[in-house]
Write a protein that binds this ligand. Structure first.
Ligand code: NAP
Length: 496
């Protein structure tokens, strides 16, 4: 984290680009309380690939959080953003984002180090999420209540309206700087909830630009504020502020639990970590498995909460799968994330690279076999397959969040289920099998938010309910589900 103190005049150009007069560095003013912030303290955003400065964003503090929350209350109280307009704005934003897809993909690459091929997928999914949010806005309605089913209800009419919960505090992580923001803003806008958004300090630019795009699409200028800064300072102030009624958080388990403790009297929706398993049964098509893991395990350098991390394979196919993975992973290109050919770019920071490399080293010291990869070259950790990590190693037990896939053999499906369910996390699991009987057992016995058959656990579409069982969270995203979380039911009884 680097902090700059300067007073600089900033121009907002028509095409959404921002730059500072007389300076080579882009300064990107976040929208707070309806205005682009005239900051005199700035945070550097660094390119994870080469450490260069991508731009600067305002270094907000708790006074900005307070201004943003107050503005959100005013926006809500105006009552001038009806449901049909909210749907129109979300649809218009989806069109604009699709038109500017390349520009947004480039921003995602520069601030997160994600390969451009993955960044394009992220933009595409973000467009989908905005469209699904528009659909959710069009269909948002309450329920009839069958009052005459009780003698006391006879002759009366009862229904439950869905009313916006109020101002939403949204806090997002670094690894999907655009898509996860759309998963918070889309449903909140659909519901009629103003938002104060705290994006990751490492990847705030996509979020700032998305909110500007939403305003261009017709969002009231003060409906969403973006408070950029650190979690301890700005994030904690937002969680503690009396205005937000809901804290919607995606990120690590430690921060999620801290927010849960701090957000007294608020609803807290958590999307947390995983160390996603994949079960490979004897009847699985190994070519298909290897291809799915090659793609899913190493996209975004393995920095997704549902990247396949623990591949559990029946012992009869263990050696074959290890060979297939070695050969498939050897074809991945590691390098500059802006290059079209690159599959695997840098991790978000050199510190994270060192952490993952140390976990690999520790597992290898205890007998794990490094099948391929394991090397750090400059800022790049090469895609790695580890066979038989000790079950007590960090590599097996924790979330790696790096380009590493581990392989562990099992004796029968009962053991596979036990191993998969063994950790505290339960986001999504993949099961490769051609047996209907095994499929049915998997669906019944695997304690996860999503059970994907013949797919890697990374697979996702915006309209599905997405979220974790056990320690992986307490909510479901996907606009048609998230809109329920961001509303309250108001029961109405009519009597003549
Ligand atoms: P993180 O360190 O937990 O940070 C997430 C956000 O919380 C950031 O904006 C961070 O701010 C903020 N924050 C930190 N401390 C805070 C506090 N005391 N109060 C309020 N906010 C605070 O997570 P990350 O490293 O950015 O992201 C990776 C994690 O996200 C992984 O564990 C991954 O599994 C998880 N994730 C989960 C899902 C899912 O859908 N379940 C999806 C994607 C990622 P700063 O970082 O700016 O300081």
């Amino acid at each position: 984290m680097h902090l700059h103190v300067a007073s600089i005049t900033v121009d907002l150009y028509r095409d959404g680009q921002y730059s500072a007069k007389g300076s080579g560095v882009q300064q990107i003013r976040a929208r707070v309380a309806g205005r682009h912030l005239a900051a005199d303290r700035w945070l550097e955003v660094l390119n994870p690939y080469d450490g260069s400065e991508v731009g600067r964003v305002p270094a907000c503090d708790p006074t900005h959080v307070d201004a943003a929350c107050r503005a959100a209350v005013v926006a809500l109280s105006r009552g001038d953003f009806p449901q049909h307009r909210r749907a129109q704005v979300l649809d218009a934003a989806a069109v604009l984002l699709a038109e500017r897809g390349e520009e947004f993909a480039r921003t995602v690459v520069l601030e997160s180090g994600k390969p451009v091929r993955d960044a394009r997928v992220e933009v595409h999914r973000s467009v989908d999420t905005l469209r699904s949010s528009a659909a959710a806005a069009r269909t948002l309605a309450g329920d009839m209540v069958a009052l005459p089913a009780s003698a006391r209800g006879q002759g009366r009419l009862g229904f439950a309206l869905r009313v916006p919960i109020g101002v939403v505090a949204a806090i997002t992580p670094f690894n999907f700087p655009l898509e996860l923001v759309t998963h918070k803003l889309g449903p909140a806008i659909a519901d009629g909830c103003p938002v104060v958004l705290k994006p990751s300090e490492r990847t705030p630019i996509s979020a700032i630009r998305l909110v500007d795009l939403l305003v261009e699409a017709g969002l009231p200028h003060d409906w969403v504020s973006v408070v950029t800064g650190t979690g301890e300072d700005v994030g904690a102030a937002l969680v503690a502020h009396p205005v937000p009624r809901l804290v919607s958080f995606t990120g690590s388990i430690g921060v999620g639990r801290a927010i849960e403790r701090a957000a007294v009297g608020k609803r807290v929706d958590l999307e947390l970590v995983s160390n996603a398993p994949v079960i490979v049964e004897p009847d699985a098509d190994l070519t298909r498995v290897a291809e799915a893991i090659r793609t899913a395990g190493f996209s975004n350098a393995g920095q997704s909460c549902v990247c396949p991390q623990r591949v559990l394979v029946h012992e009869s196919r263990h050696a074959d799968l290890v060979r297939a993975l070695r050969d498939a992973v050897a074809t991945l290109v590691t390098g500059d994330p802006l290059e079209e050919a690159t599959h695997v770019g840098p991790l978000i920071s050199p510190r994270e690279t060192s952490r993952v490399a140390a976990w690999i080293g520790a597992a290898a010291d205890e007998g794990a076999i490094v099948v391929t990869g394991g090397k750090v070259v400059g800022r790049l950790l090469h895609p790695t397959v580890i066979d038989q990590p000790p079950l007590h190693s960090d590599l097996y037990r924790k979330e790696i969040l790096g380009p590493v896939v581990t392989v562990t053999p099992y004796a029968d499906f009962t053991e596979a289920v036990r191993l998969a369910n063994d950790r505290d996390f339960g986001l999504q699991v993949g099961v490769f099998t051609s047996s209907v009987a095994t499929t049915l057992r998997a669906v019944r016995e695997l304690d996860f938010g999503g059970v994907l058959v013949n797919e890697a656990p990374t697979w996702q579409v915006g309209q599905q309910p997405y979220g974790g069982a056990r320690g992986s969270g307490n909510t479901r995203e996907g606009p048609s589900y998230a809109v329920q979380e961001m509303t309250e039911l108001r029961f109405v009884m009519l009597s003549a």
